[in-house]
Design a protein around this ligand. Structure first.
Ligand SMILES: [Zn+2]
Length: 306
C-alpha cells in the first residue's frame, strides 16, 4: 500500500539565493497529512504561508516563484524536485528570506537533507496521484510541452543546444523513473548558463549569487568549471530535474508521460494550468489494493548516501 509521506525530524541548511544574492536559512519540518509542501516566510510578522500550488506560480522568468497576498517565495524548483523524487507529500519549509538557497545548483543537497531527516509514511492517508487521461500539449515560440497517459512516470526532454562541447546525442534524454533512480541519475545535475548572459543578468540585479560553485557556466567555446561535467548529458538531465520539480506543483505525484522540447519553467506552468482547466484530462486516484504502478524507484543504495 502506498501512503503519504513526510520527514521524521527537522533539518536545516544555509546558503545563498542565486538571484537575490541574499543568505537564507531554511528549516525542513515534518507536516501532517493533507498539508502538501508549504513554504513559510518566518522573517515576516505574522508568518506568511505559501503553498506549492500551480495556481500560485507568479514569476517564471529564470526560476519558479510562488506569490500569495503580495509575498514571494522564489527559486523553489530544485527543492520541489527533491521532494518529488523522494515521494515526500507533506513538508513545511521555513525560510528567513524570499529565496530558497541555490546550494550547488542541483537537488543533491535537498535530497541529502530529506534523507538525513528520515522519510516516514503516514498510514492515515493513502497517497493520491494525478493520473493523466488524455494528451494535453502547449506550444509557444518553437517550444513544446505535453503530458499524456502512461502507466508510471516518465519524462522525455530535448534541448536545442549549439555548443562545440556538446554532442547532439547529449541533448535528448528519456527517463522512466520505475527503472531509473532519481537520486543516482538526475538529482546531481546542475543548472547552467552562458557567461555573456550571466553578465547581462547581473546588470539587472539577477543571478547576484551565481558563480562556478553553483552553476555550470559556458563561454562560446568551453565549459568554465574546472571540474567539468558530472554527467556527459548534464544539461538535459538538469532540464528533467526542473520538469520533475515543476510538475510537482500539481500537489500530487503524476502518473503519466511528460515531454518537453526546449521547454522551461514558464511553459511548464502554462501546461499545468491548461491541464487543470480540462477536468476530463486527469483524475485524482489512490490505490487501496496496493496495485499502483512503480512511480519513483528507490534502490537500496539510494537509502544510504549519495
Ligand atoms: Zn533548474
Amino acid at each position: 500500500m502506498c501512503f503519504e509521506r513526510t520527514i521524521r525530524t527537522p533539518m536545516s541548511a544555509r546558503g545563498v539565493g542565486v538571484h537575490s544574492g541574499q543568505i537564507v536559512t531554511i528549516v525542513l519540518r515534518p507536516a501532517p497529512v493533507n498539508t502538501g509542501i508549504v513554504f513559510r516566510r518566518v522573517d515576516l510578522d505574522p508568518v506568511v504561508e505559501v503553498k506549492a500550488d500551480v495556481d500560485l506560480v507568479g514569476d517564471t522568468r529564470l526560476s519558479t516563484c510562488l506569490q500569495s497576498k503580495g509575498v514571494r517565495v522564489s527559486t523553489i524548483e530544485h527543492l520541489m524536485s527533491a521532494a518529488a523524487g523522494l515521494g515526500v507529500d507533506n513538508l513545511y519549509v521555513d525560510m528567513n528570506a524570499e529565496e530558497i538557497p541555490i546550494m550547488d545548483g542541483s537537488s543533491v543537497s535537498f535530497v541529502f537533507l530529506l534523507q538525513s531527516a528520515g522519510l516516514v509514511d503516514q498510514p492515515e492517508q493513502l497517497k493520491r496521484f494525478v493520473r493523466i487521461k488524455r494528451k494535453i500539449e502547449v506550444v509557444s515560440e518553437g517550444k513544446k510541452a505535453s503530458v499524456e497517459p502512461f502507466n508510471g512516470f516518465k519524462v522525455k526532454f530535448e534541448i536545442g543546444f549549439n555548443h562545440p562541447t556538446i554532442l547532439e546525442s547529449d541533448c535528448l534524454c528519456e527517463v522512466d523513473f520505475s527503472s531509473t533512480s532519481f537520486v543516482r541519475e538526475i538529482c546531481r545535475a546542475r543548472t547552467f548558463g552562458f557567461l555573456a548572459d550571466v553578465e547581462r543578468l547581473k546588470q539587472q540585479n539577477l543571478v547576484m549569487g551565481g558563480n562556478l560553485k553553483n552553476a555550470i557556466v559556458l563561454d562560446d567555446e568551453r565549459i568554465l568549471n574546472p571540474g567539468g561535467l558530472r554527467y556527459q548529458d548534464e544539461f538535459v538531465r538538469h532540464k528533467i530535474l526542473d520538469a520533475v520539480g515543476d510538475l510537482y506543483l500539481l500537489g500530487r505525484p503524476m502518473i503519466g508521460l511528460f515531454k518537453g522540447y526546449k521547454s522551461g519553467h514558464a511553459l511548464n506552468n502554462i501546461l499545468l494550468k491548461t491541464l487543470m482547466m480540462d477536468a476530463d484530462a486527469w483524475e485524482v486516484i489512490t490505490f487501496p489494493r496496493g496495485d499502483q504502478p512503480i512511480h519513483f524507484s528507490v534502490l537500496p543504495s539510494d537509502q544510504r548516501s549519495i
